[in-house]
Structure formats: C-alpha cells, structure tokens
Design a protein around this ligand. Structure first.
Ligand code: HEM
Length: 404
C-alpha cells in the first residue's frame, strides 16, 4: 500500500492511498495496511476506487452517529441500492422498523435459548475433540450459528438438512463482487431464497414456525396490532440468516485460531474462567468479523480538516478502528483481560447490531466448553483466510484439541 499527501487541491486535506479491501490479499491480511492508515491520518481517499476511507476510531464513531449527513439509505456496500430494510434505512423509518423487530430479542427470549446454545457448543466441541486434525470451520464454526438460527426459528429436526443447505446458498445472494464465481453464487442464492420463501409460506399456512417459543412467534406476539405481515416475517428470517451466519462463523473460527496462537492467554482464561465474557469482547475487537461497511454522504460532511462532498462513497473501517493505538494500547496483541469496552465490532449508534447478545452467547458457550474440555489447541495444517472485502475469518482451520 502507498500513501502520499496531495497538494493544495487535493481531496480537501485527505491523504491519498492505494489501500483497497477489494484486493483479495489485502482482505485476507489487512493489519499492516491498517497500521499504515492509522499512522498517516484518519481520513484517506483511494482515487482508483473513488472511495473515502475513515479508519480513526473516534472519526468512525462520529460518522456512525451523524446519520443526517452520512448514512445507510443508499446502501452499506460498494453497490448503491435502497430498500425499506432495517439496515438500509435511517431516521424515523429506521426507528420504526427497529421497534418492530425488538420483541424478537428480549432478555426473556435470550434466556430461553441459553440451554439450547450450551447444548450445541457441548456437542460441537466434543465432535472436534473426537476428530484430531479435522477442519474446525466445517465442523464447528459453520454449523453452530446455522443450527442455532434453525432452532430459534423452530425448524423441525427432520427439515434441518434441507434448511441448512438452502440457507448456506441463500446467504450467497449478498456476494456482490464482480468475479464470475460470485455472480454464479448470487444467482444460486436467489434460487435458494425462492425455495426458502416457499418453505416458510407452506409452514405458515398450517400455523407452524409461529408458536410463542419461536423467534417469529415472538414477533407476532410483540406486534399485537397485526403489523407483521407474512412477508415481514419471512424477510426477518432471511435477515437472521444473512446477518447472523457468516459473521458468527468468522467470530468462532477466528477465536479458535487466536487461542491456538496465544496459548498463554488461553491458559490464563482456563485458570480464571470468569474472564470468558471479557475474552470474547477482546476477540471481537481483535478479529472484527465485519471489517468494514460503507456509507454514502447525503450532505457535505466535515471530518477534521477534510470535507467529504455530498454523494461520496465512504468506507468505515471497523477493523482498523478496533486496532487504533490511540484507544487500545498495543492493539495488535490479544489480551484476554483487556476489557476493550469501546470496540465497535458490532457497530455503533442507531444501527448497532441487534443480534449481538446472541452472538456473544454463542461465543461464550463455545469458549466455556473449550476451557473445560481442552488443554491446548494446536493448528495442524495450513489455515485459509477469507478474501471477502468486508467479512473476515478463517475458511479452513485444521486443528487438534488436546483434551484437558
Ligand atoms: C459476530 C457476529 C456479528 C457481528 C460481528 C455483527 C456485526 C454487526 C454490525 C457491525 C452491524 C452494524 C451494521 C451497520 O452499521 O450498518 C450489525 C447490524 C445488524 N446485525 Fe449483526 N453482527 C453479528 C451477529 C448478528 C446476529 C447473530 C444477528 C441476528 C441473529 C445479527 C443481526 C443484525 C441486524 C438485524 C443488524 C441491523 C441493525 C440495524 O440496522 O438497525 N447480527 N451487525
């Protein structure tokens, strides 16, 4: 990556850069570039990509707060598009949509799912323990969130395999990169969405998936005025799949990799299991399963000395901000007891992740199992990393869990 300051007519004070998360090598290993971005100023411009980049922790948070001038209404990816969806609205419309879905994630709801999540963690950690050398992404990090979502939706065990297959395909619909394999994956994803829609419509017709212990049942109950249509319910289920799957897979896979690379930290958590929730937060900071999202300016937007003109595409780098040395001392080191309260792995402000408590429960359950059952985690083969421009995590993680 190259950075250089432009002369007087520059992008009004921004530092020019070639940092490009669309480059697969950069996406797989972005941290050296983050150090460079943070060292050379919090606001950059990549002319080749016509993209502004904000990496400084305070400036990313300020942008996430200022939804009057820089917001999600034109999209949160490189591709601009608008839709009346929670993630793609702001202001009053967003507040109303958010209020509608809130009943799905009450404290009471979360408590009723805790046992199921613990059970999944127990089963999947035991499975990896029993298969030394297996790929922990395939055997644990992928099945954990997808089975958790199937469970909270109330999908019967007999439909589990079909649901999981369709879900894995359906989430590929958001694969917007212009490469051929991505376009094909998006097309397959669209087919899977249609099949899932049919599945839900058939079940709704017979009252299935809507009992009060399911997430959709809670939404119907929490919107007693009948505000949730069948379409709303289906799109909410799809949102859970899209927002809650790969993100959590990245978190869990990344956590296993980090604990293997930092055996002393793992040992410290084993000696003091009360550290588990804090270690999960630190891992969220350290790994940032969503590395970045975009916003578009709807008015001129001033950041320090820089003015980003109206209509600009701005990349907010959560991954860099979570390693900003101005906020986190020795940011490239994983410290289980750091207590990184101001990390923004779940975003910040109005769009802050509503699934965060669920993701935290999953990660804590897995870490608890590891602490109890595993003495050491060894990586026994080449680790593969995703090359996706926004979501980052291991794609292949051959491990041996050494029993406690
Ligand atoms: C480690 C796992 C997860 C990470 C790192 C993560 C991260 C994020 C981030 C950064 C945002 C903010 C988006 C923005 O500012 O535009 C977000 C929003 C959201 N997340 Fe998550 N998420 C995770 C898991 C989940 C889960 C498990 C669910 C649901 C079951 C979920 C549902 C959502 C939804 C619905 C939003 C949109 C909220 C809004 O726009 O108001 N996420 N998430």
């Amino acid at each position: 990556m190259k950075t250089r300051l432009r002369g007087e007519n520059a992008y009004r004070g921004a530092t020019l850069t070639t940092y490009d998360p669309l480059d697969p090598l950069t996406a797989a290993q972005p941290h050296a570039d983050y150090r460079e971005l943070l060292r050379t100023g919090g606001v950059h411009y990549n002319p080749g990509r016509a993209t502004w980049i904000i990496s400084d922790h305070a400036l990313v948070r300020a942008a996430l707060r200022d939804t009057d001038r820089i917001n999600s209404t034109r999209g949160v990816t490189r591709l601009q598009f608008s839709m009346p969806l929670l993630v793609l609205t702001d202001g009053e419309q967003h507040a109303q949509l958010r209020k509608k879905v809130q009943p799905a994630f009450t404290k009471r709801a979360l408590q009723t799912w805790a046992q199921m999540i613990d059970g999944l963690a127990r089963e999947l950690v035991a499975d990896v323990l029993a298969q030394p050398g297996c790929d922990a992404v395939r055997r644990l990090a992928i099945p954990m969130p997808i089975r958790m979502i199937a469970n909270i939706l109330g999908i019967p065990e007999s439909d589990g395999d079909e649901f999981r297959r369709r879900s894995e395909d359906a989430v590929r619909i958001i694969d917007f990169s212009p490469r051929l394999e991505s376009v094909l994956a998006s097309a397959k994803g669209a087919g899977a969405v249609v099949a899932l829609r049919r599945y839900f419509t058939d079940r709704f017709a017979t009252g299935q998936l809507l009992s009060t212990d399911t997430v959709l049942g809670r939404l119907v109950e929490g919107n007693a005025d009948g505000a949730m249509t069948e379409d709303d319910l289906f799109f909410f289920a799809l949102l859970l799949l899209i927002a809650g799957n790969e993100t959590t897979t990245n978190l869990l896979g990344g956590m296993i990799d980090t604990l293997a690379a930092n055996p002393h930290q793992f040992e410290q958590i084993r000696r003091d299991p009360d550290l588990i929730p804090m270690a999960v937060e630190e891992h969220l900071r350290f790994s940032s399963p969503i590395q970045n999202l975009y916003r578009y300016t709807v008015a001129d937007y001033s950041v320090g000395d820089v003015t980003i003109p109206e209509g600009s595409r701005v990349l907010l780098s959560f991954g860099a901000a979570n390693r900003d040395p101005a906020v986190f001392t020795d940011p490239d080191t994983f410290l289980a007891d750091r207590n990184p309260r101001s990390h923004i792995a779940f975003g910040y402000g109005a769009h802050m992740c509503i699934g965060a408590p669920l993701a935290r429960m999953e990660a804590c359950a897995v870490l608890r199992e590891l602490v109890e059952k595993v003495r050491r985690i060894e990586i026994v083969g080449a680790v593969g990393w995703s090359t996706n421009a926004s979501l980052r995590g291991p794609t292949r993680l051959p491990v041996r869990f050494v029993p406690a």
